[in-house]
Design a protein. Structure first.
Length: 389
């Protein structure tokens, strides 16, 4: 990865403080003592200042449902999000009826628009939501959608959000090319403004996402994978795009370099908290809540935090027994494996680790001295690790 000094030297132009240096990604060394972070999530929730009221928006309550909380938070940016959706549809237009049918299908695969929401919420917390923020929110959603199209090929998924995946409806070749089209459209839109900064940041984040996916695929059946390496993979494949979304929002609002970098770290830590909680849900969630069978990572021989923690704390004999189950993944072995790793506290450890990253995200926000609307970002960080099984 390019050094921060090199990136800083590359980013000089006439926009002053808005031309900020790219924040360095959190490195492996930073993960060393994160498990020592005290579990103060409940205290953070109790001490959050009263959220700014908005017409038709209820005050958040401690009994959290993630989907409901996300609706409450995004209701504060309802009009800008509607503009993002309109511009996104405009970007997914093509003169060719054949290509348009593929883009229409892709557009309907859209989920909760979390990354555009993060960008807009960050802009709002740092000043105001500008036209540039709207454009960049579409950019991050195009990149995210491209990664989903390609992920579905890698996972050989039949459906996404109850719709056929692109490669199932057409074929793998069309799906690869559709994902490429989305990436290039994102880069084109990112460079439509006066500055080349957004294009560079987006390209760096997209590169890191790809690197994370490569490393994760290489880690399949690698039962020697350690926690620092795993966190670094998650930081690339999930945290990078969340981080750059928040950073771009701050940049579009005219924030300082320090604030832009703090927003990046908030997004990075939020992405890690969310993904680690997903690790937990894949073991201890339910099919009804998840909308898919549990145990998918185990059955695919993908080492995630519950497995890594258990293997790292087992005796040599226990480890040998666990590895035997990991090497022959089946539904029966999954249930047996899960019962064994519970003895090592894998469930509590995974949940606490997700909370630790959530706490880091919130702490970074508070140290940045943002306006009161940053509380909505805090709320997202709490809700991300309170999703029910």
């Amino acid at each position: 990865m390019q050094s921060q000094a090199f990136i800083a030297s590359e980013l000089s132009s006439n926009r002053g403080s808005r031309e900020v240096a790219s924040a360095s990604r959190i490195s492996i060394a930073d993960w060393g003592n994160i498990s020592d972070t005290p579990n103060t999530l409940a205290g953070i929730h109790e001490n959050i200042t009263r959220f700014p009221s908005s017409p038709g928006v209820k005050e958040p309550t401690p009994a959290m449902d993630y989907s409901q909380e996300l609706k409450l938070v995004t209701a504060t940016i309802r009009e800008p999000l509607a503009r993002v959706e309109m511009l996104l549809r405009e970007q997914l237009r093509h003169d060719s009826p054949e290509i348009q049918s593929i883009l229409d299908h892709v557009a309907e695969m859209g989920g909760k628009r979390l990354r555009p929401a993060l960008l807009l919420l960050a802009a709002q917390a740092c000043g105001k939501i500008t036209d540039e923020a709207i454009r960049l929110a579409v950019v991050v959603e195009l990149v995210h959608t491209a990664t989903l199209v390609h992920d579905d090929i890698l996972d050989d998924a039949n459906s996404r959000r109850h719709r056929e995946t692109v490669h199932r409806k057409w074929n793998r070749q069309i799906s690869i090319l559709a994902g490429d089209w989305l990436f290039t459209q994102a880069y084109f839109l990112a460079n439509m403004g006066e500055s080349t900064i957004p294009g560079r940041w987006i390209a760096q984040a997209a590169k890191e996402v790809c690197e994370g996916e490569i490393r994760q695929n290489l880690a399949v059946k690698n039962f020697e994978l350690k926690q620092p390496e795993y966190f670094d993979i998650l930081g690339a494949k999930t945290g990078s795009l969340c981080g750059v979304s928040c950073k771009l929002g701050a940049w579009a609002a005219g924030a300082s370099e320090e604030v832009c970098n703090s927003q990046y770290e908030y997004g990075m830590n939020l992405g890690l908290a969310f993904q680690i909680h997903d690790d937990w849900l894949d073991y201890w969630g339910t099919k009804e809540r998840l909308g898919k069978p549990v145990g998918g990572d185990f059955l695919a021989a993908k080492p995630t935090l519950p497995m890594i923690h258990a293997l790292g704390n087992a005796t040599p004999q226990e480890r040998e027994n666990l590895l035997e189950m990991c090497s022959s993944p089946s539904s029966e072995n999954f249930e047996q494996f899960k019962s064994v790793i519970n003895r090592f506290g894998a469930s509590d450890f995974t949940k606490e680790m997700a909370k630790s990253f959530s706490i880091r995200a919130i702490g970074g926000l508070r140290s940045a001295g943002l306006n009161g609307k940053a509380n909505w970002l805090e709320r997202l960080a709490i809700a991300a690790v309170a999703r029910a099984a």
